[in-house]
Design a binder for this molecule. Structure first.
Ligand code: TGC
Ligand code: FAD
Length: 389
């Protein structure tokens, strides 16, 4: 009996242009050749050759790929989404590296920076020569970044920054940190070269999730910066939240890449594995699991494509990004856990990717706005009433 292509029952492929498919296939090949052979080792050791990979991904045009100018590839949003999908099919940590570089650090400079700041940093960040990080969260202020304690005070024409940021992706390997701090004029963004006196980054130890990703604490002790270190067009919490819309968009597509990899693995495993004298795939209970997974993956892809087309049309609203992030990460995590059951004991090892994906997706569920935050964003859009506090 012929098997229907399990990963695209909704024929989402037909919704992409030739160029979008070509970009997707290029990233898929890069992951197959360069990333996948090493992932289990990187995850086990908790190490990622992030700077080398940034250079290689820069050469491929993946860093800040949907931005215009400064050497960026200038693709549409859907192409960026498909690149995230392929990277996260390998590992969420790879997608994180690209998200933080392009959608958070570069986007902050691109959207709120001066022409001088853009010219200084963006071309080097496009190539991966310079790596960026984005410091918004603090240990006591994750979902509620508006409560941040990190502050920037004027001293003559200089700025002096003090505070500690926590859970910052790429923090210990970054050349530049975009740091959000409280000022007399409200929250503003600062471009902080990581070699500046008073700046230190400490890698967070003991993670059980996103082990193939660098996560750090940033400490700023009397960091003195020139007047032009502030992002001149940043104004209030809306500025960092504007960057989050970009990174959350990548996760809408990305998380389903991890889910696809889990479904693919579960189908292959169930076809080979014999239990009670016949293949696991021939049991109704297994088929029900696989069918539910394919159904949710397909629906999630349709949602992602719709959100991508709205973004390319310039009409995408934050609550629509929240719907996509909430649904697709939730679905991906369920698929990863269900795939793990199909693999039995083998599912808990690094020989297969499913538990690695499931563990990674726990972080993805939390960062870039927890599920609860996204439910509240949607609730606010429906009712007009904010229920965050
Ligand atoms: P609130 O009073 O609602 O809003 C403050 C100002 O911001 C505006 N705004 C937005 N602007 C652009 N995009 C959005 N999505 C926006 N949401 C709100 C709003 O209009 C207002 O503007 P203005 O001009 O009136 O001042 O703010 P709030 O303090 O009540 O908080 C709202 C809440 C909870 C939704 C928000 O703070 C939130 O999203 N919390 C979650 C924080 C979060 O997602 N952090 C992520 C950190 S970065 C990260 O995790 C990277 S992970 C690595 C990777 O991506 O791989
Ligand atoms: P909390 O805000 O303390 O939330 C704890 C629980 O309370 C959650 O379930 C939450 O949904 C719930 N909760 C919070 N508020 C409400 C409410 N109003 N109503 C009901 N429930 C609520 N941040 C950065 O700035 N830059 C980065 O590069 C970055 N990278 C990260 C990488 C990793 C691996 C991880 C795990 C996190 C990263 N983060 C980063 C931080 C991330 O954005 C925060 O962890 C996230 O926003 C949640 O904050 P928190 O962990 O403090 O949880």
């Amino acid at each position: 009996m012929t098997r229907t292509a399990p990963l695209d029952l909704v024929a989402a492929d037909d919704l992409f242009s030739d160029e979008e498919r070509a970009i997707r296939d290029t990233v898929r090949k890069f992951c197959a050749d360069r990333i996948r052979p090493h992932l289990a080792e990187w995850f086990e050791k908790g190490e990622l050759p992030a700077r080398d990979l940034a250079r290689e991904m820069g050469e491929l045009g993946l860093l800040g790929m949907h931005l215009q100018g400064y050497g960026a590839a200038g693709t549409n949003a859907v192409s960026y989404g498909l690149a995230c999908h392929e990277l996260e099919a390998a590992d969420s940590g790879l997608r994180s590296l690209v998200s933080v570089q392009g959608s958070l650090a570069m986007y902050a400079i691109y959207a709120y920076g001066s022409e001088e700041q853009k010219n200084e940093w963006l071309p080097r960040m496009v190539t991966g020569e310079a790596v960026g990080c984005f410091g918004l969260t603090e240990a006591d202020f994750g979902s509620n970044p508006g409560g941040m304690r990190t502050n920037a005070k004027k001293d003559g024409s200089d700025w002096v920054l003090n505070g500690t940021k926590m859970w910052i992706t790429n923090g210990s390997i970054a050349d530049v940190a975009v740091v959000w701090a409280r000022t007399d004029e409200g929250i503003r963004g600062f471009v902080v070269p990581t070699t500046v006196k008073g700046f230190t980054a400490n890698t967070v130890p003991g993670k059980l999730s996103l082990r193939a990703s660098v996560t750090s604490e940033l400490v700023l002790e009397d960091v003195r910066l020139p007047a032009d270190a502030v992002l001149p067009h940043s104004k209030g919490l809306a500025s960092p939240l504007g960057c989050l819309n970009e990174a959350r968009f990548g996760i809408v597509f990305g998380s389903l890449g991890a889910a696809r990899d889990c479904l693919e693995t579960a189908i292959a495993y169930a076809s080979d594995r014999e239990v009670f004298d016949k293949p696991l795939s021939a049991y109704q209970l297994t088929q029900a699991k696989l069918a539910e997974m394919a159904l949710e993956l397909g629906k999630g892809m349709l949602l992602a494509v719709r959100i991508g087309r709205l973004k390319d049309a310039g009409t995408l609203k934050p609550e629509q990004v929240s719907m996509g992030k909430l649904n697709n990460v939730r679905v991906a995590l369920r698929i990863a856990r269900e795939a793990r059951t199909i693999l039995g004991a083998n599912g808990i090892t690094l020989e297969y990717p499913v538990m690695r994906h499931a563990n990674n997706l726990e972080s993805v569920l939390t960062y870039e706005g927890t599920s609860e935050v996204h439910l509240l964003v949607i609730g606010q859009a429906l009712t007009g009433v904010g229920a965050f506090r």
